[in-house]
Design a binder for this molecule. Structure first.
Ligand code: ADP
Ligand code: MG
Length: 312
């Protein structure tokens, strides 16, 4: 069974159980509406040694930052503000001392930067490698929450940053080149927390998610959740300098926001974003009513069938 097949299985298995007021499985975060027009957001991500990271190719401090960053990115993807985390960690004997302390320093640095409290978790020994699970909690005004399900035919598809650096960095790491700029980005991605919060306040934005598995894979989540298709213009994919197009379109872990915006408001959205952040939003395609993903070359659909990303 694939990862997404298993998630579908879980969803079906639990469909008849009470939801207790939660909007559950399927988006970057689960949503619990509170009284007074605000909601809590919940998300969890697991990082396993040998699958998501190689201990010899990253410092403990970088991994501490990254473990938190990937969760903050999911809160940002819903338009929320991260407020607290729970951290569970399994440590083999050779990581239980100085390594674990350095890990926590990295985790604390990023927590401090975003004003996020660490409110609990669990610590255990491991007979295998290091395993880290972070649960992040966010808050959002109900009207600012952006879901994967809001895209409509005619919307413009955009990313809030250049793509492919993390994927190229992974290739560097796997080939033993640990000191390249892309390798550093792969080890320590910057979550778009401020950008997500700001985009949440913009009514032109109809749908949003973060790019963790690669554009080619993640855009399909917006398509499925919204019941739409997408045409992506190959020549407009915002490829980071020196990165090939396929890496930008398919490699994962960029943690840039992917969003849809009403066509009539997209110019003012882009102008305001650039004025606020000093960096552009990149329009790269359109939402369609076809239910398929098409990679277009200067307006003409190509036969490409690119898929997303697989970890190590
Ligand atoms: P993301 O990449 O944003 O972290 P995923 O693709 O990992 O999201 O997960 C998709 C959805 O499935 C999310 O809503 C997530 O909470 C849910 N999910 C993933 N694994 C499980 C699981 N083991 N049990 C319940 N829900 C899960
Ligand atoms: Mg996500």
């Amino acid at each position: 069974m694939t990862e997404f097949g298993f998630i579908d299985h879980i969803r079906t298995l639990f469909a008849a159980l009470p939801d207790n007021g939660f909007e559950g499985i399927g988006d970057d975060c689960a949503v619990l509406p509170l009284q007074g027009g605000e909601s809590l957001l919940f998300t969890a991500d697991l990082l396993t040694e040998g699958v998501h990271f190689l201990r010899h190719a990253t410092t403990a401090r970088e991994l501490g930052c990254k473990s938190l960053a990937v969760n903050l990115s999911d809160v940002a993807a819903m338009g929320g503000r991260p407020v607290a985390t729970l951290l569970s960690i399994a440590l083999p004997a050779d990581a239980a001392g100085a390594w674990a302390e350095e890990f926590m320093e990295g985790y604390r640095t990023l927590s401090e930067e975003y004003g996020v409290a660490l409110i609990g978790g669990d610590t255990t020994a491991s007979k295998g490698g290091v395993t880290i699970n972070v649960t992040a909690i966010g808050r959002a005004a109900d009207g600012c929450i952006k879901r994967r399900s809001g895209a409509r035919p005619g919307d413009v598809l955009l990313t809030a940053g250049l793509l492919g650096e993390s994927g190229a960095g992974l290739q560097d790491l796997l080939q033993g080149r640990c000191d390249t700029p892309c390798a550093a980005i792969h080890r320590m991605p910057r979550p778009q927390v401020d950008e997500g919060l700001w985009l949440g306040t913009r009514s032109e934005v109809t749908a949003m998610m973060d790019l963790s598995d690669g554009l080619a894979s993640d855009v399909r989540h917006i398509m499925e959740c919204s019941g739409v298709g997408a045409d992506i213009d190959l020549e407009r994919i915002p490829t980071a300098p020196g990165i090939d197009l396929r890496t930008a379109a398919c490699a994962g872990e960029d943690y840039k926001l992917l969003l849809c915006a009403e066509a009539s408001g997209v110019d003012s959205l882009m102008e305001a974003f650039e004025a606020r952040f000093g960096a552009p939003l990149y329009p790269l395609g359109r939402i369609t009513g076809t239910h398929e993903l098409r990679w277009c070359e200067h307006g003409t659909p190509s036969p490409l069938d690119w898929q997303g990303f697989h970890h190590y």
